[in-house]
Design a protein around this ligand. Structure first.
Ligand code: FPP
Length: 265
């Protein structure tokens, strides 16, 4: 049996977990650091590309489950600023995989009304990748119910620096005053503007850090770390993460009785 095939016993177990989910307590925005593709491949004596390919299949499964249960926004860390330091053949391979993915999925984004939102310093991407990324973003930009944000050449700190630069420019142009700067205004200059902050962030592979991902947006995000490597992160794993999230008490600095329900936030 291949790594991604599911037995009927597993399907029964998954539907039991699905039945335990409270549809009123789902995250409106899920962020994922998809880590462990290389280790997954190494454990099987396979090239790293095999791990990334299998990682892409895990992404498909997570996207489908998000759709099925009603998690409208997903942000994935596909390529960080730091990933530019990887060997060139691996960078090229990841860029090739991204192009392949977008060519294959763009029709599905349109059919399922998913907004594809690339975030990060896109000007650092190779020309052909940047063009394709921008095309798919433009053709899906009018969809407002579901978003797949893909962090590419992304760093949380550089996103903040870029926002500061844009604000300074607007102050120089006279369209913004120093007195107007507050958290609400600042957020309008971030690449994630319009999305709610992530309610839940998942990182796979046993690493327990945020690695410069959504630094501004995750201050009140619930964190879920699992030792499962990303290519093995299947329906069951995401259901377990969502159920764990639903057991948490989110207080946002308040005392328990004054905490509004997610639907009222
Ligand atoms: C981390 O695993 C994963 C990445 C740097 C890339 C994530 C990419 C994918 C899941 C596939 C491509 C995605 C798209 C949207 C085309 P790692 O390589 O750091 O694993 P390791 O820590 O075990 O070496």
């Amino acid at each position: 049996m291949s790594d991604m095939q599911t037995t009927s016993a597993e399907q029964v177990a998954d539907s039991q977990l699905l039945g335990q989910l409270d549809s009123d307590l789902l995250p409106r925005h899920l962020a994922i650091i998809m880590d462990g593709n290389g280790r997954w491949a190494a454990q099987r004596g396979l090239p790293r590309l095999a791990g990334h390919r299998q990682g892409l299949r895990a992404l498909q499964e997570v996207l489908e489950l998000c759709h099925e249960v009603g998690v409208p926004n997903l942000t994935i860390y596909a390529f960080s600023h730091e990933n530019w330091n990887r060997p060139l053949p691996e960078i090229n391979m990841l860029m090739g995989l991204l192009k392949e993915y977008l060519h294959r999925e763009r029709k599905k984004f349109l059919e399922k009304k998913i907004r594809f939102l690339p975030i990060g310093r896109l000007d650092m991407l190779p020309h052909s990748v940047r063009m394709l990324v921008q095309e798919v973003a433009e053709e899906t930009q009018h969809f407002s119910c579901r978003t797949l944000a893909v962090a590419l050449s992304y760093g949380g700190r550089s996103e903040i620096i870029d926002a500061v630069r844009k604000i300074v420019r607007d102050i120089q142009l006279g369209t913004v005053t120093v007195e107007q700067i507050d958290e609400n205004l600042f957020e309008q200059y971030l690449t994630t503007y319009g999305l709610p902050d992530p309610d839940l962030l998942i990182r796979t592979s046993g690493e327990t850090r945020l690695s410069n991902f959504l630094s501004w947006q995750t201050v009140y995000t619930e964190l879920y770390f699992t030792k499962t490597l990303w290519p093995d992160f299947r329906r069951r794993e995401i259901l377990l993460a969502l159920l764990d999230y639903q057991r948490r008490e989110r207080r946002f600095g308040r005392v328990p009785e004054s905490v509004p329900q997610p639907s009222k936030l």
